[in-house]
Design a protein around this ligand. Structure first.
Ligand code: ADP
Length: 338
């Protein structure tokens, strides 16, 4: 099974000609509301491909929380780890698969205040550039205690997939719980942050795009333009393996036993993405990572898993939206592009 521990957000998207300055008001397009958040996206991607998937995440007892639960259910993911409100803990799920909230008071210093579902306020300008404000809401209330209470989910997991849109201490607790249960850790350091050394050492792989790679390596490295150079520098930080996604160029996999030429048993290989017409790249990296985690859990080697994941990422950019754009396994099997 794949266990994704991470964020769930409602993405609120408005198109506009140009962004307002301080004190200014501009008119934009109709509001679009989509399920999002890196954790929810990864879980939806894997589940839609057919993976047995659970998302351990926290949402508010509100309409966006219910939208996110429904999106997980529609994708085929289990809802046992989707916690509603500050006091919910992993346990039974209602008969419709949606949890009945039991918001009975204080938990973890939340002062009796029920946190709303996380929201990303996204504006897209005429040039197609995004500006995003994230309100973490309930995501900030996913605690190491929630990880401890979800022991059974970790026990069932072959792979645990992590990102950094929840508290770092919770990410660290999840990585350590995965290690205790013999599950493989896949970690996307986004938004980029410094990770405890023991957590980095568990990442197999650390999955990141160019932007995240440059930020993680920003001190002590003068970086050139070759992704191979970034991969070498990233491996020196201590993860067992590294995958750098390269947008339309595909991805680079680096680590023990990878590629034809190896130094000290460590090598790397570039894997091209199928050529497609990109319509909307939102959530492509999450689709890639969800697919990667599933394939690794099935027993694929890293190189094979990346070969599959680039095809999933490429498919996702050919359709608008994030979760709505994700393929089923048949879409990948039937695509002739290599
Ligand atoms: P992120 O979405 O995190 O920035 P990338 O842009 O590197 O990540 O994309 C992740 C994966 O999605 C790539 O490895 C590739 O497989 C696929 N992908 C992204 N953009 C394109 C594109 N323009 N054409 C084909 N595949 C793409």
């Amino acid at each position: 099974d794949l266990l994704v521990v991470g964020s769930a957000n409602a993405d609120l998207v408005i198109g506009l000609d140009r962004r307002p300055g301080p004190g200014e008001t501009v008119l934009g397009s109709d509001l679009e509301i989509h399920p999002g958040g890196k954790g929810a996206n990864q879980a939806a991607a894997a589940a839609r491909l057919g993976a047995r998937t659970t998302l351990l995440a926290r949402v508010g007892d509100d309409a966006y929380g219910r939208m996110l639960a429904e999106a997980q259910r529609d994708a085929g993911a289990a809802l046992a780890g989707l916690l509603v409100g500050p006091t919910d803990t992993p346990g039974t799920v209602g008969k419709d698969g949606i949890r009945t909230p039991k918001n009975t008071g204080d938990a973890d210093g939340v002062e009796g205040k029920d946190a709303p579902t996380g929201v990303a306020l996204i504006t897209v300008d005429a040039a197609g550039d995004n500006s995003i404000v994230v309100s973490p809401g309930a995501n900030a209330r996913l605690t190491p205690d929630d990880v401890a209470a979800a022991e059974a989910l970790f026990e069932a997991a072959a792979v645990v997939s992590l990102q950094l849109e929840i508290p770092l201490e919770t990410v660290a607790a999840a990585a350590r719980a995965a290690a205790r249960h013999g599950a493989r850790v896949v970690l996307n350091p986004s938004p980029p942050a410094r990770l405890p050394e023991d957590v980095l050492a568990l990442c197999d792989p650390l999955v990141l795009n160019e932007h995240e790679a440059r930020l993680l390596l920003s001190d002590g490295h003068t970086l050139g333009d070759a992704p191979e150079e970034w991969a070498t520098a990233l491996l020196a930080l201590g993860p067992r393996s590294v995958v750098v996604t390269l947008g339309a160029e595909g991805a680079l996999a680096a680590g023990p036993g990878i590629g034809p030429e190896q130094t000290d048993g460590v090598g790397m290989v570039r894997i091209a993405s199928p050529r497609v017409t990109a319509v909307d790249t939102t959530g492509a990296g999450d689709a890639f990572t969800g697919a990667l985690g599933w394939r690794l859990g099935r027993g694929d080697g890293l190189e094979d898993a990346v070969r599959y994941a680039v095809r999933v990422g490429a498919f996702a950019v050919t359709r608008p939206g994030a979760q709505e754009s994700y393929p089923r396994a048949a879409d990948i099997d039937n695509s002739t592009a290599e």
